[in-house]
Design a protein around this ligand. Structure first.
Ligand SMILES: [Zn+2]
Length: 320
């Protein structure tokens, strides 16, 4: 679609230290990108849409950028508010996170749980999945990337697979407007934890390059307010120049993290007692002083991702 195009509206749902952003695409078949947590549709989205003169019951597409709890937690509740008429869309590789609360607990145990010595963590994660996720469900449409979804009236959305933050991260691109919704796939310096979070560093870099060189957003919509290298907060709606800068900074920061991960030997937390262990050296080289244990612990998720590409996997001395 060309011409004036459809409107995009951010819908904010605060959650603890986090600002969770969903976006309303004001198409003939309206869409909401990402759903916050269980309470977000009723408490955050419905009133915001009412102010725009729109009814949440009319939403026909629930477009999930990836499977993390703060993006899919409200999916079932939103689907219910549409009379179960909306299509729930997610990449096949993250679909288990919509189907199962337990999948979120296992994600924690498989990655961050290797580094965080908290015997109560499994119970805490289980309780959080219970409250933050509104319901388990089978998504109505699994995508792989390359699909085009019709939102009626000539409005279409293209799906691009941009793995790295998670295996099933996608971008939704409103065709003809180069308006691009990426969820958390462009991390810059990270959100509330001040560290970029991605599971697969090589895929993350490839996806950033794809966005920068092929997709070339005119408008880039992010799932959280991120920070620049100088600590300045980005908005969640970036214009073309800001988008270029966010993509380039994300690439530059990934390169710095990669260098630190490759240079610095792994240590033994039994000996150091460091909260950053076994990546104490990398944290020092990067000057990272944030609390690495604060959920969702992007420091450990990201550094863990470099292990396969660097030295040994014996660092998993807490492995379960
Ligand atoms: Zn995420």
């Amino acid at each position: 679609m060309t011409g004036p195009g459809v409107g995009m509206h951010p819908l904010l749902s605060p959650w603890g230290r986090f600002g969770l952003y969903s976006f309303y695409i004001d198409a003939p078949e309206p869409a909401i990108v990402d759903t916050g947590v269980a309470s977000s549709p009723a408490e955050g989205m419905a009133p915001a849409l009412a102010e725009l003169g729109r009814d949440i019951a009319d939403v026909r597409w629930i477009l999930l950028t990836h499977g993390h709890i703060d993006h899919v937690g409200g999916a079932h509740a939103l689907w219910e508010l549409t009379g179960r008429r909306a299509q729930v869309v997610i990449h096949a590789a993250d679909a288990h996170l919509v189907r199962s609360r337990r999948a979120h607990v296992e994600l924690y145990l498989d990655v961050r749980g290797n580094y965080l010595d908290d015997p109560g963590a499994e119970a805490k994660q289980t309780a959080m999945a219970q409250t933050a996720i509104s319901g388990e469900m089978e998504p109505s449409l699994l995508v792989q990337g390359g699909e085009t979804l019709s939102l009626g009236g000539g409005v279409s959305v293209s799906v691009h697979h941009i793995p790295g933050h998670t295996a099933g991260s996608v971008a939704y691109v409103v065709d003809g407007q180069d308006a691009v919704f990426v969820g958390d796939a462009v991390q810059v310096h990270g959100a509330a934890n001040g560290f970029p979070g991605y599971e697969d560093p090589a895929a993350y870099r490839t996806s950033l390059l794809h966005l920068r060189d092929e997709v070339r957003p005119q408008h880039l919509y992010l799932g959280h307010p991120y920070r620049t290298t100088c600590g300045e907060v980005y908005g969640v709606e970036l214009d073309a120049a800001q988008s270029d800068r966010a993509l380039q900074e994300s690439l530059d920061i990934e390169a710095r993290v990669a260098t630190a991960a490759q240079h610095c030997p792994l240590d033994d937390s039994q000996l150091t007692g460091s909260a950053y262990s076994p990546f104490t050296g990398a944290a020092a080289e990067l000057g990272y002083r944030g609390d690495p244990r604060l959920e969702p612990s992007p420091f450990f998720t990201t550094l863990h991702g470099y292990l396969g590409h660097t030295t040994t996997k014996e660092a998993h001395h807490h492995g379960r």
